[in-house]
Design a protein around this ligand. Sequence first.
Ligand SMILES: CC(C)(COP(=O)(O)OP(=O)(O)OC[C@H]1O[C@@H](n2cnc3c(N)ncnc32)[C@H](O)[C@@H]1OP(=O)(O)O)[C@@H](O)C(=O)NCCC(=O)NCCS
Length: 193
Amino acid sequence: MDKFGWEGNRIRLVPIDIEKHMEIGYRWINDPDVTERLIAGDVPVTLVGQREWYEFASKPNDKNIVFAIETLEGQYIGNSGLHGIDTRHGFAESGTLIGEKSVWGQGYGTEASMVRAYYAFEVLGLRYLHSGYIGINEGSRKMQMRVGYEVVGTMKDAYWKRGAYHDKTITQLTRERWLEVSGGKRVYEPLNF
Ligand SMILES: CC(C)(COP(=O)(O)OP(=O)(O)OC[C@H]1O[C@@H](n2cnc3c(N)ncnc32)[C@H](O)[C@@H]1OP(=O)(O)O)[C@@H](O)C(=O)NCCC(=O)NCCS
C-alpha cells in the first residue's frame, strides 16, 4: 500500500488503525515502565477499554484528533493527539506517548511533536497548544522545550505518582513561538536545551 500521512524526517503521523495498532497499544498502556512518568496509567486497561479508546480515536472527530506515530518503515511507536480542539479560541491540548521503549531518547517524540505543531498551526489554523508534564518527566520537559513550548505555570503537588506528590508544569506553544523555532517548516533542526 502507498504510504500516507504527515511526514517528518523519520516518522509519519497516520490515522489510527485498530487492526494494526490496538494490541500493541494495549501492551504499552499496561507496562509500568511506559506509565512511570505519566499522569495517566496505573490502573489496568482491559482489552475492552482499549478497544473503546481505539474506536474513539479512529472515528472522524474534529474536536479530538489522534494520530498513530509510525517510523517511515511503518513501525508503530506511539500516539500523538490534539484534544479538546476549540476553533473559537483557537487552541487544543497536545499529548504524546512513545510506547515503544526501544526507541526512547532518539528524537522521535520531538520530531512527532514538531510535525503535529505544523499540522495544528498550518493545517488546522490554531493559535496555540497547551500541554503539561509532571516534575519527574525529564524526557517530556526536554522534548517540549525543543519544540518551543514555554512554561506558563506550576501546580504544586498536583499528582500522586508511585509514592510521592509531584508538581505539574503547564506549558504552552504559541504559533509565533513555533514559527520562530521551526521557520514554519514541518522538519527542522531541534533546539538544544
Ligand atoms: C517523554 C517522551 C514522549 C519523549 O519522547 P522521546 O522520543 O523519548 O524523546 P526525544 O528523544 O525526542 O527527546 C527528548 C530528550 O529527552 C531525553 N529523554 C527521553 N526520555 C527521558 C527520560 N525518561 N529521562 C531523561 N531524559 C529523557 C532524551 O534523551 C532527549 O534528550 P537528549 O537528546 O539530550 O538525549 C517518551 O519518552 C515517552 O512517551 N515516554 C513514556 C510516556 C510519557 O512519559 N509521555 C509523556 C507524557 S507528558
